[in-house]
Ligand binder design. Sequence first.
Ligand SMILES: *Cc1c(COP(=O)(O)O)cnc(C)c1O
Length: 319
Amino acid sequence: MALGDGVTVRVDLNRIRSNLEAIRRRVKCKVLAVVKADAYGLGAKDVTDAIDDLVDGYCFFTLEEVHAAKIRPRSRKLVQLLGPPTSPNPNDYLALKTNPAVHTVDQAAALRRAGPALAIDTGMQRFACPPRWIDEALEAGECPAAMTHAVRPDQARKLLELTAGRPLFRHAAGSGMLDDPTAWLDAVRVGLAIYEGAMRVSTPLLETNSSVGPVGYGGFTTATGHHGAIGVGYSHGLRSGPCVINGRPSRILEVGMQTAYVQTSGSDRAGDPVTLLGDGLSERDVVAAWGGPPQQVLVQLARLARTTGRPIEYGRFDA
Ligand SMILES: *Cc1c(COP(=O)(O)O)cnc(C)c1O
């Protein structure tokens, strides 16, 4: 068995569908699926194919991502960009029926024919139009939509205030604001909430050993008296934290460049899968060890498949 090549990333597209169905039942507005960064690593083409009937549109970060996902002509749904414009030519957006996001008067004027959404600053202070330029930018771009990157519901309400009285399609809320109806506006833009629980990542134990005295770089000791090694390390994006081996909660004890130590029991054997996400281990469990946002866990663990050269498998977890 070659190092690294045993990582299996499996994505359950039906789980993504049921996550979306639950969101649809809950919110009384349109639902835009955020599929930027290759659908958080889960694969934008397969994900968009699986959910097209359940969404009102998609959000990508750049035009290049829209192109790579081959969303046109597969889908006829709205495609909205979230990032700053990467082309000054409206025809580039029109060719992919994609609405850019703009945040300056000049960008709005240049991309007017592509139906730009004005990204308005409500506190993030990045790629966003300051309040004093809103009227001028909306007019220069004849913008059909206004959005803000919000992390709190009051920022969504501020978007509403700043654009009051105008006939605009407005959106602000991501997954973190699904429980606050005042933040929903005309649409929610959901990423994390549609992917949670939909990805399982595992890699086989390459060997198991009885621990004798201090082990590894830092001289750790095991609670079970046994440890094993897996063929992924920090060069693949792995970090210390929880894992599941043969149905039992365990730990990734120490991460090296291309391998890592895990705690095993006496009955675990080389070849047994070590689950890094899934099998009861959630994104939030991993975040408790890693810190940072749960989105990072998805993107980083999905990347394990790519750095180790195996394509993502799509299907049910029990299949
Ligand atoms: C990524 C992103 C989202 C989606 O965030 P989640 O918390 O993953 O739902 C929404 N809006 C903007 C502007 C984003 O960049």
